[in-house]
Design a protein around this ligand. Structure first.
Ligand code: DON
Length: 560
């Protein structure tokens, strides 16, 4: 090589080395998902040369098969993406269900009163699903493999069948009455009208066929043609209002994630509306940064966290689908406002929610799922997917294997805005044609120059408080397995109660919290199913953990 060229070459090498230093790679890929078969599907696709986005497709589709109670082709969700590169970019794929065009603000009311069950069970409860469109979007714009390769493990799984486990049994038991009411749901997911035994194998050939049509035809494989026709026919026969046009028109929305600077060069990357979770997390972390929570003894720390949650959840009612309402995010995250909120916290006594300016409460559903994946290039996904209540609306569209969501229940059913607490209602989240209901789902990252951490869980309105508790474990330097394991407590402004998992507090701690003015209520059972991972960017090490409350499996796969 002649001298000028060799100089140029050295300069290039140096530049590459600098870039490599700025963009260190993980020494392993990692997956944390709530089901062994979903983790295995993601691993398979990674081993075939897929990236984190292909793995996310495989995991989502596998979860649609093995967790019919939590998410699926009849539901929707949020995908938070980290795209490696210089600079790194983040995307938020909003695959939340949309209200059908025939939806009306008063569709769940009779004589001005909400009809129990109408927005939760049966075909009228379902929004237009978003998950199939998200899978197609991920493959088209982010993945390295064709969609059919990423969907292959789920198609095999649906044909071959999966074994019922304790989590399946728990959710089917919770939803048994509604499942029995729909013959197709009962045929596929019950045995002689009863919850199947552990180990019983459930096959879903119709779902395999629907997945195959998506694999072959992409968006049209679900939103047009035979699948769309079968869905609309079943929904209309079941009293629902979907049309072929509703399906054909469904598109995911790609939005900018909410980004919020934290102390110590950290950044929170989280969900913008129509999730209310991201704003609540940013507000909570900002308030906690003003308080000595890290040095506080346990009860004092709970006190700070509860007061912060109370204030953050109060602001939730101002939010709605950004395609329909103006969300006051700037105002809610303004430094002066957050300072005032934090300064209003009495360090010794509970602030009664009634003493804060009023805002409406929300009510949300009970089932959903979450997973996270990182590939060895530094691409990552955190995804929370849902059909809302366990087994969604408990309505399965005959011939498709698709269990429909009851996500319409996440709207404020009463358009005039009064709620169970008699407070001004959430007009921002009223039902409207083509609108997406407000959600608590909060897949989130915290990234700094030296670390990348991923968080998320199902759990309805408790999602943001669960994610916050995990983030505090992280910020406190606690080991990764403790992030999902940490005992949980929750406050959502209204009702003005601290809910807590059995065993979360000792008797003396409960007594002290009571003395500070808190009402406390044990939840009766553990809740949530958090999946997390951490990439140490300085040495490339990767860790992942699944919630010990569930049957999830996390795997770290060192670079070959
Ligand atoms: O979007 C929401 O906020 C709810 N539909 C999520 C429901 C949920 O997480 C239930 N999980 N167990």
């Amino acid at each position: 090589m002649s001298k000028p060229y060799s100089l140029l070459f050295s300069a290039l090498l140096l530049c590459c080395a600098t870039l490599a230093q700025a963009q260190p790679l993980p020494t392993a890929a990692a997956i944390a998902s709530p089901h062994a078969q979903a983790t295995a599907a993601g691993q398979k696709v990674l081993s075939e040369g897929g990236n984190a986005f292909d793995a996310a497709i495989a995991i989502s589709a596998a979860l649609a098969v093995v967790e019919p109670y939590a998410s699926g082709l009849g539901g929707g969700g949020y995908f938070l993406l980290r795209q490696a590169g210089t600079p790194v970019s983040y995307r938020f794929i909003d695959a939340r269900e949309k209200a059908p065009m025939a939806a009306r603000g008063d569709m769940y009311l009779r004589d001005g009163k909400e009809v129990p069950g109408l927005s939760t069970t049966g075909a009228l409860a379902s929004g237009i699903p978003g998950l199939p469109a998200a899978l197609v979007e991920l493959a088209a714009h982010y993945g390295a493999l064709p969609l059919k390769d990423s969907l292959a493990p789920a198609i095999r799984l649906a044909n071959k069948g999966f074994a019922v486990d304790r989590v399946y049994r728990a959710w089917a038991t919770a939803r048994l009455a509604a499942m029995r009411d729909d013959p197709e749901t009962a045929r596929l997911f019950l045995r002689n009208g009863e919850v199947p035994d552990i180990g019983e194998v459930l096959r879903q050939p119709e779902l395999a066929q629907t997945l195959t049509l998506i694999a072959e035809k992409g968006h049209d494989g679900y939103y047009k043609g035979a699948t769309a026709q079968a869905l609309v026919k079943a929904v209309q026969a079941g009293g629902g209002i979907w049309t072929l046009k509703d399906l054909a028109d469904y598109q995911v929305a790609t939005r900018a994630p909410l980004r919020f600077a934290l102390a110590d060069q950290r950044e929170l990357i989280t969900t913008p509306p129509p999730s209310a979770g991201g704003v609540a997390l940013a507000q909570s972390l900002a308030m906690l940064q003003q308080l000595p929570w890290q040095q506080a003894e346990p009860v004092q720390r709970v006190h700070y966290v509860v007061e912060v949650l109370r204030r953050a959840y109060r602001d939730r009612s101002q939010l709605g689908d950004p395609d329909f309402v103006n969300n006051p995010i700037k105002a809610l995250l303004a430094p002066d406002y957050l300072k005032t909120l934090g300064a209003g916290i009495d360090p010794r006594q509970a602030t009664p929610s009634a003493a804060l300016p009023p805002a409406p409460a929300s009510h949300e559903g009970e089932h959903t799922t979450h997973f996270t994946v990182l590939d060895n290039q530094g691409n990552a996904v955190a995804a929370t997917l849902s059909v809302n209540l366990p087994f969604g609306s408990a309505f399965t569209a005959a011939g498709t294997g698709v269990v429909l969501n009851d996500e319409m229940d996440d709207f404020a059913a009463d358009p005039h805005g009064s709620n169970a607490y008699g407070l001004a209602g959430s007009q921002a989240n009223a039902v409207a044609p083509g609108k997406r209901p407000l959600s608590s789902m909060s897949p989130s990252f915290i990234e700094s120059p030296t670390q990348f951490a991923s968080f998320g869980t199902p759990g309805g309105s408790r999602i943001p408080s669960m994610v916050l508790l995990s983030m505090l474990q992280y910020l406190d330097g606690q080991p990764v397995p403790t992030w999902p394991a940490v005992p949980r407590y929750h406050h959502q402004y209204l009702p003005d109660v601290v809910e807590y998992e059995p065993g979360a507090f000792t008797a003396p701690q409960l007594a002290e919290l009571k003395a500070r003015g808190y009402s406390l209520k044990e939840t009766g059972r553990a809740y949530g199913n958090q999946q997390v991972l951490l990439w140490h960017k300085d040495d490339g090490q990767v860790e992942a953990a699944s919630d010990p409350r569930g049957v999830g499996v996390s795997e770290v796969m060192p670079r070959q």
